[in-house]
Ligand binder design. Structure first.
Ligand code: GRF
Length: 181
């Protein structure tokens, strides 16, 4: 059985769908870098153990990740799913979870890497958008692609409608891929 840690910094709608659709994996802990993030409220409601690590409390990224690693080992985590975790994964976690860290990104990679991907795509005027699930490596949104799902942008679609569509896709696709690992 895959013992999954989900890393999230924000709202956590993907975290919730990953928890609610677990079949062949089990979410054993939520890791957040933001004490006031709504995802923590979701973890409490869903009865998932959680731990918060503020990077500012550590003098280096290595020490920050070493502390996270201790928690992952306590929970016997063997896979990590990033779901809106707004930090780059560093050496410690990448070396300890080689090819075991997965991310979801709201664009059709390699287009529109990094922050505000949806806004970048809308500003560019693309006619097709989508979601990518990929392995995490040392780059920003550069690891091997596991799955993608695309949709056509209808005329006059607002950014709110586009975001809603992206979330709908993400909430189905991410648990599906994790269940098939
Ligand atoms: C998602 O759109 C995901 O693709 C991106 O961050 C967003 C997180 O949303 N990496 P939520 O916190 O899961 O609602």
């Amino acid at each position: 059985m895959i013992r999954l840690a989900v890393f999230a910094s924000g709202t956590g709608s993907n975290f919730q769908s990953i928890v609610e659709n677990q079949i062949s994996y089990k979410v054993v802990v939520l890791i957040s870098d933001k004490i006031n993030s709504y995802v923590i409220e979701r973890a409490k409601k869903l009865n998932i153990p959680y731990a918060v690590f503020n990077p500012r409390d550590y003098d280096s990224k290595d020490n920050y990740e070493l502390e996270i690693l201790k928690t992952l080992l306590v929970h016997e985590v063997n896979y990590i799913a990033l779901a809106g975790y707004m930090r780059l994964i560093g050496n410690i976690l990448l070396n300890n979870y080689k090819d075991k860290i997965i991310n979801i990104h709201p664009s059709l990679l390699p287009a529109f890497k990094g922050k505000d991907a949806i806004r970048q795509a809308v500003d560019y005027g693309v006619k097709v958008m989508g979601v990518t699930i990929h392995y995490v490596d040392f780059g920003i949104d550069t690891g091997n692609i596991i799955a993608q799902e695309a949709f056509a942008i209808k005329n006059n679609m607002t950014i709110t409608e586009i975001e809603k569509k992206i979330h709908q896709i993400e909430h189905k696709l991410y648990p599906k891929i994790l269940n098939n690992l």
